[in-house]
Design a protein around this ligand. Structure first.
Ligand code: EPZ
Length: 431
């Protein structure tokens, strides 16, 4: 079994370069299916979710060529297939973007129900409602989402009011609408940076999308999208994770290749906790030398505090002075990491969507599990701050969304390495 081993207590000093945004990449790569010509996509993060989505495109018949470490050329001129294999499609949440992309370009799609982190119920009713408003017939059967256009193989523009602010539904409807016949309006749309990034990608290939980043998005369907070059934005959550890691471990780190505006919600909380954060043009300098203060956190859609940072900030609040309260405002079940932090001596009570954290003097190293992607990042952060050795298993979850996490942290002085242990040695098997 491959694990991360962390000996806590080192302060972090130096620079960390942030990679391209996972949640933008996993939508923009499927969007290349809609393009008639070659798309060059730059600043792609090297993470397993991206590898998987590129493999799915290849299975469908796309020609994917690696230009360099972070750039690929994708040519979807010869797509043979509109059906995504169960084996690949069910492993990843973002496979649902293939429905919008295939339906928009070819008029039908068969895509497995998505996988991804277990965060409680993850319905897709708002995606389906959006496609239905654009004239598609959508059924879920045998584990597949089966979607067909009823109007001569082309979606027609429609009016969609989202009952819940959904990132995935907003982006999926935007994909389908980009090549629909006429105008689509999405109301109560999500506003995350990756929504704006997908709109910018599609617009740079000839789409007509206005209002992305506000709660009303208007999409006038284009006849075709043409090839071009596009660079993905930096990852807000990866940057936030390293900011919080510096808060936990102490030290001074310049976090480079970021859009500081996207980090405002995280910066504000860290300042409240007594951490210095200095915004620069495309970087933030994070410094912590004194004790950490308690803080209350409520996760919300952007520009609120991101749910994808909840477990990482939870880990750092374990050693803040006083009582902190976290309220999860997006997912039903995002506290599975709490049991793991308790193994390290954290004092946390969870009641439904609320977690109450009593700050303790210090955490102690322990064997823990990465229950999901962000929970795994939280375990690493806790390990950096803890006294003694922490071993994190199930790290495949972390590798889904963080490029070279071990190398990036080791380069700023963390004592972290990848180790191999015999399987039976693991104390925390998945039950
Ligand atoms: C995206 O998931 C991200 N995943 C998640 O990041 C992130 O936590 C989430 O947005 C919120 O920011 C990807 O981009 C691949 P939603 P998504 O639709 O699109 C409910 C990470 O760690 N809902 O915005 O699936 C839903 O149950 C991952 O990187 C419906 O009720 O999230 C949830 O309560 C984890 N019906 C809320 O909306 C729907 O049809 C928000 O979900 C869709 C969603």
């Amino acid at each position: 079994m491959t694990k991360y081993q962390i000996r806590g207590g080192n302060r972090l000093h130096g620079e960390i370069e942030i990679s391209g945004a996972k949640n933008a990449a996993v939508a923009i790569i499927p969007a290349a299916l809609m393009v008639d010509g070659v798309c060059r996509i730059e600043n792609i993060p090297q993470i397993s979710d991206v590898t998987l989505i590129l493999q799915i495109l290849q299975e469908l018949g796309a020609d994917v060529r690696t230009v360099n470490r972070t750039t690929v050329d994708i040519d979807c001129s010869h797509i043979r297939n509109r059906k995504v294999s169960m084996e690949q499609g069910s492993k990843i949440r973002a496979s649902y973007y293939l429905v919008g992309a295939l339906l928009g370009r070819f008029g039908w799609a068969e895509v497995p129900m998505p996988g991804g982190c277990d965060l409680g119920g993850r319905p897709i009713d708002q995606h389906i409602k959006g496609f239905a408003a654009m004239g598609a017939q959508v059924e879920v059967r045998n584990g597949y989402i089966d979607a067909k256009c009823t109007n001569a193989g082309r979606l027609t523009g429609g009016q969609v009011y989202l009952d819940i602010v959904s990132v995935g539904a907003t982006m999926n409807i935007m994909l389908g609408a980009a090549l629909a016949d006429g105008m689509t309006v999405i109301e109560n749309a999500a506003k995350e940076p990756h929504i704006v990034d997908l709109a910018n990608f599609l617009n740079s290939m000839g789409a007509d999308i206005r209002g992305a980043g506000t709660d009303v998005i208007k999409i006038r369907g284009a006849e075709r999208l043409h090839g071009g070059t596009y660079s993905i934005i930096p990852d807000q959550i990866e940057a936030g994770t390293y900011m919080v890691a510096v808060a936990a471990a102490g030290g001074e780190v310049l976090i480079k290749n970021v859009i500081p505006k996207h980090l405002d919600c995280i910066t504000a909380k860290l300042l409240e906790m007594g951490v210095d954060v200095e915004e620069q043009d495309e970087a933030v300098l994070v410094r912590r030398s004194g004790p950490l203060n308690r803080a209350n956190i409520k996760t919300m859609p952007y520009p609120g505090f991101p749910t994808d940072m909840q477990s990482q900030i939870g880990a750092v609040l374990c050693t803040a002075r006083g009582t902190s309260i976290i309220t999860e405002g997006v997912w039903d079940n995002r506290y599975r990491y709490v049991d793991e932090l308790r193994r390290m001596g954290a004092s946390i009570q969870v009641d439904g969507k609320v977690a109450v954290i009593e700050g303790v003097d210090h955490l102690t190293g322990a064997p823990v599990r990465a229950c999901d992607l962000r929970a795994g990042a939280a375990m690493v952060i806790a390990g950096l701050a803890a006294q003694g050795v922490t071993e994190v298993d199930s790290i495949h979850h972390i590798e889904r969304g963080y490029e070279n996490l071990v190398e990036k942290l080791a380069a700023v002085g963390a004592d972290i390495r990848i180790i191999e242990t015999p399987d039976e040695d693991s104390k925390t098997q998945v039950g």
